[in-house]
Each structure stands twice: as C-alpha cells, then as structure tokens.
Design a protein around this ligand. Structure first.
Ligand code: 4AD
Ligand code: MG
Length: 411
C-alpha cells in the first residue's frame, strides 16, 4: 500500500480525518502546542499537535488528524493531529534544514540522502528524472526499441578516454565506456532505431566540473541514414521536445558551423588556436558566439578531423581528413557527440588498423558487417551534462546523486 505523505495533500482533503506519513524536518515547540514540519522530499506539511511526546528532527511519524486550511501554514494547509505514532526515532538530530543548506560541497555529497529532505535539492533530481523520461518518451514514440547492453566488455571503444580494467574470472575485461559497438551491431537487424539509458565508465584522472568517472548516457542509433544531418535533426527535435515539456524556450533551428569555420572564428574573435579537437575554452567561446550571433544556447559543430574521432566514424567522401561527425554544445559545453558510421566492411577494417587496433580482437563486432548492414549513425548524449547546463549549476556533481570521480568512491 502507498501511504499518504505530504506531497499527496491537497485542498480536496480539507475537513477529512486521515493518516499522513513523513519525516520530521523541523519542530517548533510552544509548550502547549507543537508545530511540526514533515517532509517526503517533494513537499512538506505542517502538523499542529498538542500531545506531550518529544518529537525530534529525523523521526518518522504517522500523524492522524484533520486537514485544515490556514494561510499561515507554509503550504496553506495543515493537519491538526489528534495522534502521532513514531515509526522510527532518530539518534542524532544534528541536521536541521539550515545546516543541510549551508554544507560545503564535499558534505553535500556525503549527506546526499539527507539533503533530499529539502525541496530545492529534491527538485534537481526530479528534473533529472523528467529529462530522462522525456527523452525515452520521444524515442519510444518514434518507434525505436529501448535496449540494454552489457557494461562488462572485452575492449574499450572511445579513443582518447581511458578504460577501467577489471578481472572477469580468469579473463581481462573492461567497464563499458559507451554502448557504441552493441548499438551498431543491432543495426544489422534492419531495425529503425534503438536507444539506451545507461551508466558508462571512463578512467579520466581529471578533476573538472564536467567530468565524472561514471556518467549516464542517452545513446541512440538510427538506421537508413543517407546524410549525417538526418541524425542531427533527430537529436535536435528530441532536445526541443524535452525543453518544450519543461516549458523552456529554444531556438527555431539550432545553428550549425563546421569545425574548420569554428577554428577560424575562434582564432579571429577569441584568440584561441585549435588543433584537431575542441578544448574547454573553445567550447565556452563557441557558446558565447552562438548566443551573440544566433541568440541560441545550442549550437552544432560538425565535420571534425578524423584524427580526433574514433575508428567507427565515416570520413568525408571528398575530404577524408574530415568526418561526417558532430558535437552539440549547450551553453558552451559539449553535451552530445555523434556521427554517421563507417559500415563498409573493408574500409572499417582499414580504419581500425589506422587507429592502431588489432581487428582480430574485434571479430565479434566486425562479423555482422559482412552479412549486410544498412548505413546508420547515432549519438551519445551525456544526461548529467545536459541537466547541469539546463539548471545552470557549476559542477556536474550537483546533478548526480552519488557521483564518482577519482577521489569519490563513497557513499
Ligand atoms: O563524446 P563521447 O565520448 O561519444 C561517445 O561515447 C560516442 N560513442 C557517441 C556516439 O554515438 N558517437 O560521449 C558522449 C557524451 C559526451 O558528449 C558527454 O556529454 C558525455 O557523453 N560524457 C561524459 N559526461 C560526464 N563525464 C564524462 N567523463 C563523460 N564522457 C562523455
Ligand atoms: Mg565527444
């Protein structure tokens, strides 16, 4: 049975005798009367009680009484309780709402579960859940299949980012950096498209406000792709869907500039020199450029040099130093990368060798390309990064319940 808790209480309960369950956030004891604020994270409720029992912060109670309207109550509604039952007593009532609010960054991670007693922190994770839900919804409505692929894998896939090795019984294995190879292999079924929500692992020793060693990705792979702009369109439409569901505005069309042009703009307007990839400061500058030039928080950078993209990326027909690839930047931060894939068996083998990988190790992946596979492409979107940018928070850890970075393995 789902118990009634503060977020269930609305005006329709006024005058009714009910039971409500919650965790005590705050107690104001006036001797004859107590004003107790209980929470379920999502909402609070004031309980007025004249019993003599001691109520402490952190206690779990079942309060029985009548719901009344009172403009002085924090939510405009309160319960006048005739009985309180203690389901659990707290041992240490150190954490009041103010001490929780004023914690430093490290403590906010350490006491994450307690922090969620406060509405403003609960809201962040509710927004995270909403974003994930709307993305899922969008791709499900397109008729794509939601997939679940292994996170213990035989090899790394994303060049440039480090892998965590693990011992899998007597074999060497790795934690998945992305579902890349699996989502591609499934294209050999002729399916329209697939999507996956998953956790991925990268052994990056960097401490930055945008990197985690375990992050959550929303991955999509689409079949029957003729031009890589088709994939960008799908990504763009799904991002617009999420923003519209959240009642946020978005540009009519996301601006698109090539890596080559971006390089020139960065040099001329921002005195930033690029090699084969975008740097953090380049992403920031391009975010600024998108805002000024196009009044847009979002911008696509396309056709990255082959040298900075993984082996599975298709090279440009007429200029093979560049690729049919793209990044989506949101408020000056990369939130997604994607490309059209190299699906021609012989060329794929050649590219694998060029990137210094032994194709023998990838037979299980390469096989399917021999038996026929449609031209396809896709992208990976970092959910943590997307939500961080959406809420304009300083650090990616603020949107992750139990973040993992090189220093954090607990809680
Ligand atoms: O850009 P990435 O490495 O691309 C891929 O993994 C490809 N397989 C995607 C594809 O389909 N071609 O990762 C995708 C996204 C990034 O844009 C970023 O948002 C997020 O995943 N990401 C991270 N987020 C937090 N911490 C990290 N260490 C991340 N690494 C990637
Ligand atoms: Mg990327």
């Amino acid at each position: 049975m789902i118990k009634t808790s503060p977020s269930d209480i609305s005006k329709r309960y006024v005058g009714q005798q009910i039971d409500v369950y919650g965790l005590v956030l705050h107690v104001r004891d006036l001797g004859r009367k107590k004003f107790i604020i209980i929470t379920d994270g999502k909402s609070i409720l004031q309980i007025v009680y004249s019993g003599s029992e001691k109520v402490r912060r952190g206690d779990t109670i079942r309060a029985s009484g009548i719901i009344k309207e009172d403009p002085r109550a924090p939510t405009g509604l309160e319960m006048v309780a005739n009985n309180i039952t203690f389901l659990s007593k707290s041992i240490d009532e150190r954490f009041d709402q103010w001490s929780l609010r004023n914690m430093n960054k490290d403590k906010k991670i350490k006491y994450r579960a307690l922090l969620l007693r406060l509405l403003e922190f609960y809201k962040v994770f509710e927004e995270y859940a909403n974003v994930t839900q709307y993305l899922r919804e969008y791709y499900r409505n397109l008729g794509f299949l939601e997939i679940f692929t292994p996170k213990v894998v035989r090899m790394g896939t994303e060049s440039g980012s480090e892998v965590f090795s693990i011992l899998y019984f007597d074999k060497d294995a790795y934690l998945a950096q992305s579902p890349q190879l699996y989502k591609q292999m499934l294209m050999a079924s002729g399916i329209k498209g697939v999507y996956e929500v998953g956790s991925y692992f990268r052994a990056e020793v960097s401490f930055t406000p945008r990197h985690l060693t375990e992050f959550r990705g929303f991955d999509v792979e689409v079949n029957y792709i003729e031009d890589y702009s088709e994939i960008m369109k799908i990504l763009e439409d799904s991002v617009k869907y999420v923003l519209s569901k959240l009642e946020l505005s978005y540009p009519k069309e996301f601006p698109v500039i090539s890596f080559k042009d971006a390089k020139q703009i960065l040099q001329e307007k921002y005195d930033i020199r690029l090699k084969d990839d975008l740097s953090t400061e380049a992403e920031k500058a391009l975010g600024d450029y998108a805002k000024k030039e196009y009044d847009s928080d979002l911008i696509f950078i396309v056709e990255f040099p082959y040298d900075s993209r993984p082996f599975y990326t298709m090279r440009k027909e007429e200029d093979p130093k560049y690729t049919y690839s793209f990044d989506l930047l949101y408020k000056g931060l990369e939130i997604a990368s994607g490309s059209k894939r190299e699906y021609r068996y012989e060329i794929l083998i050649k590219q694998i060798k060029e990137k210094g990988i032994n194709p023998e190790r990838m037979k299980w992946y390469l096989e399917v390309f021999k038996y026929g596979i449609p031209p396809h492409g896709g992208f990976g979107l970092g959910i943590d990064r997307f939500v961080r940018q959406l809420l304009e928070l300083q650090d990616i850890r603020e949107v992750v319940l139990f973040p993992r970075d090189p220093d954090t393995l607990e809680p």
